[in-house]
Design a protein around this ligand. Structure first.
Ligand code: SF4
Length: 69
């Protein structure tokens, strides 16, 4: 399992992440990313990582949740 971390200070509301994975990311009325689903099952990880990489300000990080360590 992976977890999504969003830097809300860095987010500029470009919404690239929403286009890439609209089941995981949304934008609120203030133009800041909302993480709809913080825990990402492994089958979805590649797709969500790809979406996170499209963020122009690198506000999104996908990390291991530490389980099994
Ligand atoms: S792509 Fe980055 S800057 Fe744009 S909404 Fe998503 S997190 Fe924010």
């Amino acid at each position: 399992m992976a977890v999504v971390k969003a830097d809300l200070q860095a987010c500029q509301g470009y919404a690239n992440c929403v286009i890439g994975a609209d089941d995981v990311f949304d934008i609120d009325d203030d133009g800041v990313v909302v993480v709809l689903k913080a825990e990402i099952p492994e089958p979805d990880r590649r797709r969500v990582e790809d979406a996170a990489r499209t963020c122009p300000v690198s506000a999104l990080v996908i990390a291991d949740d530490g389980a099994g360590e």
